[in-house]
Design a protein around this ligand. Structure first.
Ligand code: C5P
Length: 241
């Protein structure tokens, strides 16, 4: 895959207001893609997105959509109109939901209004353990549930999945390069782990097969976010085989 290491890094914009968000974006002049989740999107979504697009930044909308197929397809079309490049949907919403979402993304792009947004499936939230899965009527084996849902995402036409660093290898082994892999839980050796428990360095995650890394606090909490970003890019460049 032809991808620069700078474009692999997605900055998690985990702030509450668009002022805070835009201030971080302005301090990260070399970063291209910013992830906006439920909190910031609910507060400031469309207005913030217009500003991000004006600044020529790419948007990863992380709302983990899960609804009936028609509604999720409509949300994909709306996100496309807002200029979103990547977005997440829950694989447990089922094959038809994912297929309709993928079809909505394709037809919006074919109508000539921009590149097709990348649709990523969320498998099992890392906050859920085996016992939680059992409680909601799923098998208690998290690893096999992740594999199963990733396979369903692929069959339904999604572009990739979001997974923890620990799952990269097994997903790559099972599905080859056909699925994009996006992973959070990334910590350079020089950054604090904070609440992340099973972490991996950027170079390790890419070596195992990650296409994109979602990184928040090691960059956004650094005295100079852009320097921290460039330091990670440099580490990735140097670790290239
Ligand atoms: O600051 P940090 O690098 O930990 O941010 C990681 C981002 O990835 C956050 O937006 C967080 O919500 C998200 N995330 C995560 N672990 C998961 C799923 C998502 O850290 N399992």
């Amino acid at each position: 895959m032809d991808k620069t290491n700078a474009s692999r890094i997605i900055i998690a914009l985990d702030v509450q207001t668009k002022e805070e968000g835009l201030s971080l974006v302005s301090r990260l002049k070399d970063a291209r893609t910013f992830k906006v989740g439920l909190e910031l999107f609910t507060a400031e979504g469309p207005t913030l997105f217009r500003k991000l697009r004006a600044l020529r930044k790419d948007i990863f909308l992380d709302l983990k959509l899960h609804d009936i197929p028609n509604t999720v397809a409509g949300a994909v079309r709306s996100a496309f109109k807002l200029g979103v490049q990547m977005m997440t949907i829950h694989t447990s919403g089922g094959r038809e939901m994912m297929a309709k979402a993928a079809e909505a993304a394709r037809s919006a792009a074919e109508a000539g209004k921009g590149p097709k947004p990348v649709l990523l499936g969320v498998t099992v939230l890392t906050s859920l353990k085996g016992a939680d899965l059992e409680e909601v009527g799923m098998g208690a084996d998290v690893a096999s549930q992740v594999l199963r849902l990733a396979g369903l995402a692929k069959a339904a036409g999604l572009d990739g999945v979001v997974c923890s660093p620990q799952e990269i290898e097994v997903l790559r082994k099972e599905y080859g390069r056909e699925l994009l892999i996006v992973t959070p839980g990334i910590r350079p050796l020089w950054a604090a782990a904070q609440d992340q428990k099973r972490i991996m360095t950027p170079a390790e995650a890419v070596a195992k097969g990650a296409d994109y890394l979602v990184i928040g606090r090691p960059i956004t909490g650094a005295p100079s976010p852009n320097e921290a970003f460039l330091r990670i890019v440099e580490e990735l460049d140097q670790s290239r085989p």
